[in-house]
Design a protein around this ligand. Structure first.
Ligand code: ADP
Length: 375
């Protein structure tokens, strides 16, 4: 079914002609990352159109045309096409023939953006993102947290934020400061009653606006709490924002791991390095006698990570205090900084920072190679 739908979409896109090359955008190999996901009212379709960065402005009409020809297909509920400056044809290839990284949105003042993702909802992604961001801030880094979970923005509740961000006279959004984190949430701008089907397209604009129009200031790291799943909202986000890396949160159950694998593949498809997998609600440790019980078939994520060739960052127990402290608006890393659970978050945060530092060094080498290739 998905295959048939993709064929129809490709067929439809053949009607869109690039005015310069006078050929259709499919024959010109300009379509990438075509993704469809079933929504309540039909398929949600997303794809990117790879263009020469010098032609960005004139290609907007072509992007709209591509969205239009797909939107009229029977069974399609929503379409998101994005322009990505992927093919820098005028530049010499990188040594070794490696493909060039696509040009994505970078945010002034933010050194690295890391996504916390999950293949499905309810695995504890937001709880993990919040505690990890706090643990990173505890190491002396300047950390921001963007809650982009359109389907359940829970960061304001977890951090006990009741106020709303203020606007400057220049219409810039002033993020909220809490426990040393600079925080912005999609929950500040969407309404609980916004129908889910509208959230994807609407939220994409809102997320971009949050990245662009928020006065983030100077940040070492921005942690993005992603919407769960691997649909169009997630894909667009991964394609548009310059992500330094992603971590995937999973529970030990197989089903969640199948979803986690989809998450991993999504990031790999768009060249975002996956820094590792975290197993949440991994085991239960009795608070009285300390005995550890493996409630689920524990260890699945570690094995799966090894199979998928990706790092395993650690396991977080299922723990009453983790839930209670989040519900009370004072996450565990702040409420009980000396607890074993807080130390676990700390160790995982340090592993992520180490992965990011490695990535930063690679980026610097690539930037040097790129400027060499340009000259
Ligand atoms: P997601 O963002 O994946 O939808 P949440 O972070 O909102 O999930 O967590 C879902 C529920 O599980 C929340 O009630 C949260 O407090 C609880 N939870 C998350 N991680 C743990 C954990 N390690 N131990 C106990 N409860 C947890």
């Amino acid at each position: 079914m998905a295959r048939q739908m993709q064929d129809k979409i490709i067929q439809a896109l053949r009607q869109v002609i690039d005015p310069i090359h006078r050929k259709d955008i499919v024959s010109l190999n300009m379509i990438a990352g075509l993704n469809t996901s079933a929504g309540e009212k039909g398929e949600h379709v997303s794809f990117s159109i790879e263009i020469d960065p010098a032609r960005g402005a004139e290609m907007e009409t072509l992007r709209q045309e591509a969205e239009r020809v797909v939107a009229v297909l029977p069974g399609v509920a929503a379409v998101t096409a994005v322009l990505t400056a992927h093919r820098a044809t005028q530049l010499k290839p990188l040594p070794g023939g490696r493909p060039r990284p696509p040009a994505r949105m970078e945010i002034k003042g933010i050194k690295q953006i890391v996504a916390v993702a999950s293949g499905k909802g309810g695995v504890g992604k937001s709880t993990t993102a919040v505690n990890l961001a706090l643990a990173m801030a505890g190491t002396g880094k300047k950390v921001g947290l963007l809650d982009a979970d359109i389907y359940g923005p829970s960061v304001p509740r977890m951090l006990g934020i009741e106020e709303r961000p203020k606007l400057t006279p220049e219409k810039k959004i002033v993020p909220i400061e809490r426990h040393g984190l600079t925080v912005m949430s999609i929950g500040f701008v969407t309404n609980e009653s916004t129908p889910t089907i509208w959230r994807g397209p609407m939220v994409m604009g809102a997320i971009q606006q949050m990245l662009r129009d928020v006065m983030w200031g100077e940040l070492d790291i921005l942690v993005v709490d992603m919407p769960p799943g691997t649909g169009d909202a997630q894909l667009t986000l991964t394609q548009q924002v310059q992500l330094a890396g992603a971590v995937i949160v999973s529970t030990p159950q197989d089903i969640a791991l199948i979803d986690a694998r989809k998450g991993l593949n999504m990031f790999r498809r768009v060249d975002v390095p996956v820094l590792g997998i975290i197993e949440n609600m991994s085991f239960f440790q009795c608070p009285h006698c300390g005995e550890r019980s493996e409630i689920f078939a524990h260890g699945g994520a570690r094995e799966e990570a090894a199979k998928m060739g990706c790092a395993f960052l650690g396991e977080i127990p299922i723990d009453l205090d983790i839930r209670k402290t989040s519900d009370d608006g004072l996450p565990l890393v702040v409420a009980q900084p000396e607890s074993p659970q807080a130390r676990t978050y700390g160790a995982i945060a340090r592993a992520i920072l180490a992965g990011l530092a490695e990535k930063g060094a690679t980026d610097q080498r690539e930037a040097a190679l790129l400027s060499e290739a340009r000259s």
